[in-house]
Unconditional design. Structure first.
Length: 318
């Protein structure tokens, strides 16, 4: 590993999640006056929390860089992150925007739908990033998300990633929702070391159906980094060089475990992949570690609750 003092900074979406299960997602809520569920749970969500907490649980020094509101929700998020070993010195408080919050409705199979209020995290911008560059440049990796949901930073991501590259920082990004479009993604890709969206996101961005052709489209837009497509139950397709593809199946769940909640699976895959890369693993090893971390994620409620230690996770793929 390099002489960087921080393993990864996770930036962007930061949410207080309110988890509700079981909820029948196949019928309108209005069909019943009352839906009886299990006790609700609170946890941190969004990429910066899900990936950051996963990396911290795996034993990596992780900082979170984003905004919460000056409200009780923000205090809860800060407390949860501190308790689990994430450095919150870059968790900024926005005085006029509320903390982002989401009600996560989860059905019996673990599938979910979100009722979301996008708050303070969307106000992260280039000026704020440059103000904290002395800390950002000390990190080996900088992971930001979600693309298409960061209106104040999206157009400036090429400039930010270029500045980070000048300081030897590896850059990674994730998308969310429908993934947005290839504009301005095509201007960001040449500055990314890692970009692995979901199949749905990649379809919307490229207009294509074949995962290999999606990756080719990203290459055509100027990407020279590691690309991939997260394929859900079909695993992940990865590509380190043009025209070469590696398909990895999903990792078996830990013994005795079952799928409880798929929230955060993609974010924690990225955390595992970055963890493996930070350890010097090759593409296949880092990808397998990512699938193992994601497998742990789906065995518990919330985007990071099920994550195990690095040593425990490695036994799943050894």
């Amino acid at each position: 590993m390099s002489n960087k003092t921080i393993d990864c900074i996770t930036a962007g979406s930061c949410v207080l999640d309110i988890l509700a299960t079981p909820v029948n997602l196949n019928e309108p809520l209005i069909t019943k006056p009352v839906h009886k569920i299990k006790p609700m749970q609170l946890c941190c969500g969004g990429l910066s929390c899900n990936s950051g907490l996963a990396l911290a649980k795996l034993g990596f020094k992780t900082n979170i860089f984003t905004y919460v509101g000056n409200d009780p929700w923000g205090q809860m998020v800060r407390g949860m992150l501190n308790e689990q070993g994430v450095d919150t010195s870059l968790l900024l408080t926005h005085e006029s925007q509320p903390t982002s919050t989401t009600v996560v409705t989860i059905d019996a199979s673990g599938q979910r739908a979100f009722i979301h209020c996008q708050g303070a995290a969307k106000r992260l911008n280039l000026q704020t990033c440059l103000q904290h560059m002395d800390t950002l440049r000390r990190s080996a990796y900088f992971l930001v998300g979600y693309y298409s949901l960061m209106p104040d930073l999206q157009d400036d991501l090429p400039a930010l990633f270029s500045e980070l590259h000048d300081h030897g920082v590896h850059t990674a990004m994730d998308a969310a929702g429908d993934g947005g479009s290839m504009k301005p993604l095509d201007s960001i890709l040449p500055h990314l070391d890692i970009y692995i969206p979901s199949l749905v996101e990649a379809k919307h961005q490229t207009g294509l159906d074949d995962p290999e052709k999606m990756i080719d489209a990203y290459r055509h837009a100027g990407s020279n980094g590691i690309l991939g497509i997260k394929l859900g139950e079909q695993g992940v397709l990865l590509s380190e060089n043009a025209g070469k593809y590696l398909h990895l199946r999903v990792c078996d769940l830990p013994a005795g475990e079952k799928v409880i909640d798929t929230t955060g699976a993609g974010d924690t895959f990225l955390a595992g992949f970055i963890a493996g890369s930070r350890k010097g693993m090759d593409l296949q090893q880092a990808g397998r570690l990512g699938t193992a971390v994601a497998a742990c994620c789906v065995t518990a409620m919330g985007g990071s609750t099920g994550i195990k230690t690095f040593e425990e996770t490695m036994t799943m793929i050894s």
